[in-house]
Design a protein around this ligand. Structure first.
Ligand code: KG4
Ligand code: ZN
Length: 366
C-alpha cells in the first residue's frame, strides 16, 4: 500500500490485558500529536478478589464494554466515521481472548467504513507513548517497564527496534505487584506500593542487589521478591511496612538505573555527535522514584529524558492510535486476515535468531 497523505486521524483500540480502551488521535504533518479523546475502562474491581488478572474474566469484560468505550471515544473526540483515516488495534502480545475482542472490533469498523486497518504491537504502542506528550526524534534508547515486560531497546524508527537486554525472570511491574501482595496491598500493587512508601526510610532493610555491576543489560527481580517476602512476614507495624515499601521501590529503581547506565554508554558511543535521547515507558514509568532516578541518570550521561504523561504510562489506546498513525504514514497498513498473537517480540528477528536469550519459563513474553 502507498504511503497515506498526512495529517492522519486514527481510532485506536486496546484490549490486551485488563483495560478496555479506545482513543482518537490526530498526528499532524510535522509529527505533532493531539489526543482528541482517550477512554479507559479498567477492570480492577472484577479482578481484585483474585489478586491478579483472570484471562476469562478479562475477555468477557472486554466483550461487554468494547462497543460503548469506542462510542464514547468517538463522541468525546467529536469525530465522525468519515473524519477517520484509519483504525489501529492491538494484535498482541497479551491475553489472547482479550486481544481478539479489540482486533475483531477494529476489523469490523475497517470493513464497514472502508478504512485501512493497522495492527499494532502493544509494546510498540508503549514505545511511542512519550510522543503523546512531546516530540521525541528517532533514534532513542527505550526502557520499557510494565506488568508483563522489562526490556531495554534501541529504537531506530517505526517498527525498527533492537533489544539490548530483558528480564530473566519477572517484569518490573510484576515484581511491584507480587511484593505489594506480600505487604497486604490490593491489586494493582505498583501504585499502592508507591503510596505506602511515601516518607519511608529506604535504608532500613538491606535488599539483594541482583546483577548490579554485572556485564550485559539483563534484569532479575526474583531474589528481591523472595527477600522482601521474607521480611514482610516478620513485620509488626505500619512504620516497618512503609520502610520496606520504600526499600523495595529504591531497589527496583536502582537496578533499572544500573542496567540503563551500561546501555547509555554504548548508545552514546554508537551515535557520536548526535542528540542523545532516553525514554522510559510502560506502567512502571508512572512511579515517581523511578522517574526521579532515571531522569538524574540521563542528565549525568548527557541524554535528554522523556517519559509519557502519567495518563499514558499504563495501558491506553492513544498510544495504539499513534503507533498506528506512524505506521500508516509509512504505508504499513494490515490485511483483514491479521491474527491475534499472545506472544509477539518487538525485536522479532533477534528473538528468533537467539532463542536461548528468551526469558521466562514459557519463553519470550516480549
Ligand atoms: O503498562 P501497563 O498498564 O500494563 C502492561 O502492559 O503490563 O503496566 C501495568 C504495571 C502493573 O504491574 C502496575 O503495578 C505497574 O505497571 N504500575 C506501577 C505504577 N503504576 C502502575 N508500578 C510502580 N509504581 C506505579 N506508580
Ligand atoms: Zn502495557
Amino acid at each position: 500500500m502507498r504511503p497515506q497523505p498526512i495529517p492522519l486521524t486514527l481510532l485506536g483500540i486496546e484490549t490486551s490485558c485488563d483495560e478496555t480502551a479506545a482513543a482518537v488521535v490526530r498526528r499532524e504533518t510535522d509529527g505533532c500529536v493531539t489526543v482528541l479523546s482517550s477512554v479507559v475502562a479498567t477492570q480492577f474491581e472484577a479482578h481484585k478478589p483474585f489478586g491478579g488478572v483472570v484471562p476469562e474474566i478479562a475477555a468477557r469484560a472486554h466483550v461487554e464494554r468494547i462497543d460503548t468505550v469506542i462510542a464514547e471515544a468517538m463522541a468525546k473526540a467529536d469525530t465522525g466515521w468519515d473524519d477517520l483515516d484509519g483504525v489501529a488495534a492491538t494484535a498482541g502480545p497479551g491475553l489472547v481472548g482479550g486481544v481478539m475482542v479489540g482486533l475483531s472490533a477494529g476489523k469490523a469498523i475497517a470493513l464497514a467504513r472502508g478504512l485501512p486497518l493497522v495492527v499494532v504491537n502493544h509494546l510498540e504502542g508503549h514505545a511511542v507513548s512519550a510522543r503523546l506528550g512531546a516530540p521525541v526524534a528517532y533514534p532513542f534508547l527505550l526502557l520499557l517497564v510494565s506488568g508483563g515486560h522489562c526490556q531495554i531497546l534501541e529504537v531506530a524508527g517505526v517498527g525498527r527496534c533492537r533489544r539490548l537486554g530483558s528480564t530473566i525472570d519477572d517484569a518490573a511491574g510484576e515484581a511491584f505487584d507480587k511484593i505489594a501482595k506480600t505487604l497486604g496491598l490490593p491489586y494493582p500493587g505498583g501504585p499502592a506500593l508507591e503510596k505506602l512508601a511515601r516518607g519511608g526510610d529506604p535504608s532500613r532493610y538491606p535488599l539483594p542487589r541482583a546483577l548490579l555491576g554485572r556485564e550485559g543489560a539483563d534484569f532479575s527481580f526474583s531474589g528481591l521478591k523472595t527477600a522482601a517476602a521474607r521480611i514482610a512476614d516478620t513485620l509488626t507495624d505500619d512504620d516497618q511496612r512503609r520502610d520496606l515499601a520504600a526499600a523495595v521501590q529504591a531497589a527496583i529503581a536502582r537496578q533499572l538505573a544500573d542496567r540503563c547506565e551500561r546501555t547509555m554508554a554504548a548508545f552514546a558511543d554508537a551515535h557520536p555527535g548526535e542528540g542523545l535521547r532516553f525514554v522510559v515507558a510502560g506502567g512502571v514509568a508512572a512511579n515517581g522514584e523511578v522517574r526521579r532516578v532515571l531522569s538524574g541518570l540521563a542528565a549525568t550521561h548527557g541524554f535528554d529524558f522523556f517519559a509519557p504523561p502519567l495518563a499514558y504510562c499504563t495501558d491506553n489506546a492513544a498510544m495504539i492510535a499513534l503507533a498506528g498513525a506512524e505506521r500508516l504514514a509509512e504505508g504499513l497498513a494490515s490485511g483483514l486476515d491479521a491474527v491475534a498473537r499472545p506472544r509477539w517480540p518487538l525485536d522479532e528477528a533477534a528473538a528468533l535468531a537467539n532463542p536461548t536469550h528468551i526469558p521466562g519459563r514459557k519463553g519470550a513474553k516480549a
